[in-house]
Design a protein around this ligand. Structure first.
Ligand SMILES: [Zn+2]
Ligand SMILES: [Zn+2]
Length: 363
């Protein structure tokens, strides 16, 4: 018997097509091994095609026990191959094996894409993640789900791009075609990600907490209690982004004015970060020179940043305090003060931190 292997081996996962040639017959099996824990004895899950199950059925429990005491995926595969050969011999050359290689086409398609691109395959061979690396060495994953009607019906897919990824699956189409279009789309967005990466590396990003490759928004710390919410256009990433300034009005109002006055200085040949710093005439706080806690913007009453969808948009006007609050939290707080006063649609009270007079509109 001779053996041929096509495979993917990842840390803890091994997915292979195992082909045994036996008395002029080709037998193909699809194997998916997962090592569940890195402890000894190992917990190993062995899945595969119907045909694999059919041949191994009489010895499956015994085989699994053996696998649990092996160290490497290589040893496990060797054991599975031996047992498979043994079982085929026992069945004799004339006894056909029930079950067909329904994964054959799928495996051929992955082979065409290149096994080095395969990042993950699920044990039922219906979900696969393909990995592409763009020309700035960023890794991007295209998740694909295959239905029983594949390839007549196109797969479902998901990926993290700043714009939705649409792929029209045509009759006779292949995963390689789809993956190639995905890679071309990555090249198209390279400049957008360069800009985002520069912001992420050189400024304090308050939001989102862990930016993904599809996020076009960044809230950047400018000073204690002051931040800038940027929305970058992924189609024209070097053009002027949408800017919202958050913080005490007496601080953000001059920034807005300066931005509008200097906007003519915006150059599409410079990065967004360089442009913003030049136009606002400030240097943004950077992780190399400051700590994030200095720019904390949590509400001083509920101690969280997001309250539903709301951010802490009210701020104490005392320059030494600058404490931010959610409108709803501040309203509840002032409303409960024993000496609260109201006039028209406003409530008057004191800041819970510095006792300076403070007001908010009635909700
Ligand atoms: Zn709050
Ligand atoms: Zn205060």
């Amino acid at each position: 018997m001779t053996r041929r292997l096509e495979n993917i081996c990842l840390l803890g996962i091994c997915c292979r097509k195992l082909r045994l040639e036996y008395t002029n017959r080709n037998e193909e099996f699809y194997i998916h091994l997962t090592i569940l824990e890195k402890v000894y004895p190992r917990k190993v899950s062995l899945k595969g095609c119907q045909k694999l199950y059919e041949v191994l059925k009489p010895v499956l429990d015994e085989l699994k026990q053996h696998l649990h005491h092996m160290d490497t995926i290589g040893e496990m595969l060797y054991e599975i191959q031996n047992v498979l050969e043994q079982q085929i011999r026992v069945r004799g050359p004339n006894q056909p094996i029930e079950g067909h290689a329904e994964y054959k086409y799928f495996f051929e398609q992955l082979h065409e894409c290149g096994w080095d691109k395969v990042h993950f395959i699920s044990p039922n061979f219906q979900e696969v993640h393909l990995k592409a690396v763009d020309n700035s060495d960023r890794e991007h994953i295209l998740k694909i789900w295959i239905s029983d009607k594949f390839p007549n019906e196109g797969p479902k897919y998901e990926c993290e791009l700043p714009q939705e990824f649409h792929y029209r699956w045509l009759p006779g189409d292949t995963l390689l075609n789809m993956f190639t279009v995905f890679q071309e789309t990555l090249t198209m967005h390279a400049e957008f990600w360069n800009i985002m990466d520069e912001l992420d590396k050189n400024t304090w990003i308050l939001e989102p907490e862990a930016p993904s490759r599809k996020d076009c928004k960044r809230r950047i710390a400018l000073a204690s209690g002051v931040s800038l919410l940027l929305v970058i256009n992924p189609l024209m990433p070097t053009s002027v982004p949408t800017c919202h300034y958050l913080g005490p009005e007496r601080i953000v109002e001059p920034m807005r004015t300066k931005f509008n006055k200097n906007i003519h200085m915006w150059s599409e040949f410079e990065s967004v970060l360089t442009n913003l710093q030049q136009i606002l005439e400030i240097e943004f706080p950077s992780p190399s020179t400051s700590v994030k806690e200095e720019f904390c913007m949590e509400c001083g009453i509920c101690y969280s940043y997001l309250l539903g969808e709301a951010i802490p948009e009210m701020t104490c006007d005392n320059p030494d305090c600058n404490q931010p609050f959610h409108h709803a939290c501040l309203y509840e707080y002032i409303r409960m003060l024993p000496d609260v006063r109201s006039s028209f649609n406003k409530l008057f009270g004191q800041c819970p931190y510095c006792s300076q007079p403070l007001w908010c509109t009635i909700l």
